[in-house]
Design a protein around this ligand. Structure first.
Ligand SMILES: Nc1ncnc2c1ncn2[C@@H]1O[C@H](COP(=O)(O)OP(=O)(O)OP(=O)(O)O)[C@@H](O)[C@H]1O
Ligand SMILES: [Mg+2]
Length: 248
């Protein structure tokens, strides 16, 4: 069976900065992969490339074993790749329910009325335990954590086959973070979607992911099933690299 996603030998520079040198990574069908690495390691850049938002300088991307050349985020989405970005999640000026349907269900069901969208958005958020004052409220008036929850809920609702979550837990309180992790677990049990999740909290990564990859110096420096590694090993790897870089 082919992997849901493969990226091979991806490189990306921004002027003098080599964000990604040579990244090769695979994501199995129904798998949850944790992607970890220091600030500035290139994790978000990799996600933006897989989601069609940025073009790689080198390398190739295969979805279900077929090489693809991603032209845009919409193109990637049409191939089943959906993303929650760290820094551009929602449109602030629109209501919650408009955001839920933005570029998505409206396309599939062009005749869906505003009233139906509101009802569906409210039902869906309630199903997932996302609590907000009302789906009519402008996203700008929500807290960072609520915004993040809606961005994740929107992707979960989108029938994506590959879901990319860039630090979905970063702005979350303990309760909301647990809710997102439960969502990921539910999705995993359904087995229909393959997920890459970026997080800095290694305990959460070990808790929810099947496998973990460490991005370091523009490459995947470590790749193990979570059952074969530990919090201690992951922490040691990062600390050892820091010490090396300081010549300690
Ligand atoms: N659009 C851009 N223009 C110029 N440099 C960029 C751009 N995007 C990213 N970079 C640089 O590429 C490197 C990788 O950034 P990236 O955002 O991918 O890191 P990250 O691993 O997601 O970090 P964090 O954990 O802090 O979110 C950084 O040095 C960053 O400054
Ligand atoms: Mg990032």
């Amino acid at each position: 069976m082919s992997d849901a996603l493969r990226v091979e030998n991806i490189g990306k520079r921004f002027g003098g900065v080599e964000a990604l040198a040579d990244v090769t990574l695979r994501l199995g069908k129904g798998e949850v992969l944790g992607l970890i690495g220091d600030n500035g390691a290139g994790k978000s850049t990799l996600i933006k490339i897989i989601s069609g938002f940025q073009r790689p300088d080198t390398g190739r991307i295969l979805i279900d074993g077929t090489e693809v050349s991603l032209r845009s985020v919409d193109h990637a989405r049409s191939l089943g790749v959906d993303t929650v970005y760290q820094d551009l999640a929602l449109v602030n000026e629109l209501s919650v329910y408009h955001n839920m349907f933005l570029n998505r269900e409206l396309v599939r069901w062009p005749l869906l009325s505003n009233r139906a969208m509101r009802r569906r958005a409210a039902e869906h958020l309630a199903d997932m335990g996302v609590r907000i004052p009302s789906v009519d409220v402008e996203v700008a008036k929500l807290s960072g954590g609520q915004r993040q929850a809606i961005a994740v809920a929107r992707s979960v609702y989108s029938d994506a086959r590959i879901l990319l979550l860039d630090e979905p837990l970063a702005a979350m309180g303990a309760k909301e973070g647990t809710m997102i992790l439960d969502l990921v677990r539910d999705l995993k049990e359904r087995g229909e979607v393959s997920i890459i999740i970026i997080a800095h909290n290694y305990a959460q990564v070990l808790d929810v992911c099947d496998r973990v990859n460490l991005l370091q110096h523009g490459r995947i420096a470590f790749d193990k099933p979570t059952s074969e590694t530990s919090l201690q090993e992951l922490t040691d790897l990062v600390v050892a690299d820091y010490r090396r870089s300081r010549g300690l």
